[in-house]
Design a binder for this molecule. Structure first.
Ligand code: MF3
Ligand code: CO
Ligand code: CO
Length: 288
């Protein structure tokens, strides 16, 4: 049974059974936009144009972008290419990859925002529909990615699903993080510590911080009616990140390749409800 308007001791809001419908509507729109944007990702395309198309789709649906105007952010998406961990700014010059690096200067960037063959990118979209937030992201490839990149994308995707499998009443948030970390490290990759998932619902970011690493049994206990995101960032190299001078773009400190997937989910009486499931069954880029 879900209590009325309750909050846990950790400040986590417990939503009502009727609230799941609002989250499904918002989540489905965000997921559909990610489905539809896939055909617009190719070598020669710009991240600025991809974002423009996303904003157009949000508007066409009569929804609102949650990111435009959020803490001074100006875009309908974050587009994070290659060594950008998260919060990549569409239209901004893409930071240089390790193999392109001539200077050690972390601010050195490519000349423009044009995608090239083999680039991998995360596109993260958050929409508001009738006051409910849908927040989801996936990986895309411009052209063909190499084996290493494909493996990183696969492991990151599967780590999110491992985390989601740990969502049920009685488990803890630590169980989610533990499932993700164990899986990722078993593949000799690393989990980013500097960014986490978050509660959402009627607000964009609320308690708790959903860590993608941790000890089994630690953290707050999961209860029916909790809504939050799980959004692991996984690096081929070290877990550390650096934020560039634009104060948004987070890159891997060692410039290694990185990937991320994100779902918005709700805890049900028996398990989990995924709000941002792809309507077209396209969540994984290489599994259709
Ligand atoms: N969608 C991101 C998240 O997963 C947040 C982006 S905030 C922005 O929480 F301002 F950078 F867009
Ligand atoms: Co999020
Ligand atoms: Co997001």
């Amino acid at each position: 049974m879900i209590g009325k308007g309750r909050q846990t001791r950790d400040g986590i809001r417990i939503y009502q059974e009727a609230d799941f419908a609002g989250m499904h509507t918002a989540g489905a729109l965000a997921a559909r936009i990610l489905d539809e944007i896939a055909e617009h990702v190719f070598p020669g395309q710009t991240t600025g144009e991809i974002d423009r198309l996303i904003e157009e789709k949000v508007d066409a649906a009569g929804a609102t972008s949650a990111t435009i105007g959020y803490r001074g952010y100006k875009h309908a998406s974050c587009i994070s290419v290659n060594n950008v961990v998260c919060h990549g700014i569409p239209g901004a010059p893409i930071p240089k990859s390790k193999d392109e690096t001539i200077s050690k200067d972390l601010e050195k960037r490519r000349a423009d925002d044009v995608l090239k063959d083999g680039d991998i990118l995360n596109i993260d979209v958050t929409v508001i529909v009738d006051g409910w937030f849908g927040d989801t992201s996936r990986m895309y490839v411009a052209g063909r990615a190499d084996k290493k990149a494909e493996r990183l994308i696969q492991v990151t995707h599967d780590s999110l699903m491992k985390g989601i499998e740990a969502v049920k009443p009685g488990n803890t948030f630590g169980d989610i993080g533990h499932a993700i970390q164990t899986y990722v490290e078993s593949h000799r990759m690393s989990v980013v510590r500097d960014f986490c998932g978050h509660g959402l619902g009627r607000v964009f970011h609320s308690p708790p911080n959903v860590l993608h690493y941790g000890r089994a049994g630690s953290g707050p206990r999961l209860e029916e009616g909790m809504f939050f995101t799980i959004e692991p960032m996984v690096n081929l190299g070290r877990p550390e990140t650096v934020v560039l001078a634009d104060e948004w773009t987070a890159v891997t400190r060692d410039r290694s390749l990185t990937a991320q997937f994100e779902h918005s989910v709700g805890v049900t009486a028996t398990g989990v409800d995924i709000f941002t499931r792809s309507p077209a069954g396209k969540f994984h880029p290489t599994q259709g």
